[in-house]
Ligand binder design. Sequence first.
Ligand SMILES: NC(=O)c1ccc[n+]([C@@H]2O[C@H](COP(=O)([O-])OP(=O)(O)OC[C@H]3O[C@@H](n4cnc5c(N)ncnc54)[C@H](OP(=O)(O)O)[C@@H]3O)[C@@H](O)[C@H]2O)c1
Length: 295
Amino acid sequence: MKSRVAIFGSGGQLGVELCREFGHRGWEVVRFDRQSLDIADACLVETAIAKADPALVINSAAYNQVDVAEKEPLAAFQANALAVRNLAMACRQADAQLVQFSTDYVFDGTKGSPYVETDPTHPLGAYAVSKLSGELYAQAYLDKPLIIRTSGVFGPGGLFTPRGNFVELMLRLAGNGSPIRVVEDHVASPTYAPLLAERTAELLEKNCTGVFHIGGGQPISWHEYARLIFELAGVNPELKPTNEREYRTAARRPRFSALSNSKMESHGVTPMPPLREAVAMYLAARKSVTPHRSE
Ligand SMILES: NC(=O)c1ccc[n+]([C@@H]2O[C@H](COP(=O)([O-])OP(=O)(O)OC[C@H]3O[C@@H](n4cnc5c(N)ncnc54)[C@H](OP(=O)(O)O)[C@@H]3O)[C@@H](O)[C@H]2O)c1
């Protein structure tokens, strides 16, 4: 059997970890970052997948600028929806399995408890609509794609990407010396990228297909999360709570978008450790990485 995997979005936070994880597990990894290939280009995608002839295609590339997407919904739709159609059609041609990453933002946040895979979706903005459309395209062209929804991804790769991640943003703000305001009325389940990559590989080893949630496992408000980051980083900036009414953003976001990992766990995939451990792992990892990514 072929053990080659093509990973799109290999320069992103999750992509870096997927390349590492699948490499460690003995897969031959063919990586595509933004510079080498734009997944919105159907011809390039078709040619690249035909040439690589992988058993598995993993797409962690995405347009993730939730607020900017409200000004340029077409750009978000091209990268998050139509590009997934390109990948799905190419996978169909090459008889390859597709893994597509999606988001907790496909939900509207009104449930008030962790979302399970069968909960109805109701995206609240252009980014969320584009990601849900990506799911639909994967399901439209392929019988058994694996769709993994995740939440608040943070990984050492974020040290090198323009958008970074929430931990880096908080540490940067802490260095500025001004009070930091973070919303206390929005709850998610922040997810450490290396653990997400590991569990993705586990799901595949168990031949799981369909929709799965892999979040960090712990619902937490962004304000409490910031507090945890500062505590573990040993810094003490002035942290103040704010809320959706005071802190208006261009995009609407779900108030409670934490994901339940119960389906993943019921399939025998390793549960996530407490968020405190994941953040501690991140803080340790970011000390040892250099600005020259070799993955
Ligand atoms: N980050 C989060 O908080 C979060 C939350 C929920 C779900 N997710 C999902 O999790 C997955 C991984 O996210 P991540 O945190 O690893 O994101 P990331 O760090 O922003 O990486 C995404 C990568 O995709 C690339 N990309 C964007 N448009 C592309 C295109 N048209 N062609 C090729 N590459 C393109 C980006 O390149 P540039 O940097 O050059 O644009 C970037 O390297 C995505 O599906 C995302 O939607 C993320």
